[in-house]
Design a protein around this ligand. Sequence first.
Ligand code: ADE
Length: 230
Amino acid sequence: MKIAIMGAMPEEVAPILEKLGEYKTIEYANNKYYEATYKGVDLVIAYSKIGKVFSTLTATTMIEHFGCDRLLFSGVAGGINPTLKIGDLIIATKLSQHDLDITAFGHPFGFVPEGAVFVETDKDLISLGKTVAKEMGKDIQEGTITTGDQFVHNEERKNWIEETFKADALEMEGASVAVVCDALNIPFFILRAISDTADMDASFSFDEFMESSAIISAEFVMKMVDKIVE
Ligand code: ADE
């Protein structure tokens, strides 16, 4: 077993590297990958940089080059569902790309021929996540996450995304990682802690809460790893 643990930004993987203490750094394809052994299991940790292109590259590299056979993503998201408050955790059940648009040819938003609007995540990892949450006494929501190459910080765009994709949260990497893992048959888990609510105050909220929310998500993902290796 070799588990990939991925984030988009340094702050999203720093708490994981801190917990591991010892790791080997490998530079590959313009990025750093951190290899560690944790409770007898091999881990590869990396942050991709922000956005769908970089996260596609990193997820693919972790699987194809480093040989990871499952992937856990940890990071922050903008909340859409009003039940999600800053610091709350959401597990993605399915993901879409809100900025993918060939509607000019009669296709729905988020769809290209031979693709699908939504990619579903691994049911076993979701149920493991729920077990972990229960054991931690933590409330956790499951829901739809949507991804795009834009930091959403206005009510109009947020409302359009909510109506179009019935999404609960939005971010900038999950759906691209989902496409990679789905295509390569790798069970994957996308976890996000809310840093803002994608409205006009989003950038201020993100600056204030990104780090603390990233820690909440990273701690949960490490509990998932504990459960997987148990
Ligand atoms: N990640 C966290 N908050 C976000 C937002 N408002 N838009 C896009 N990605 C985010």
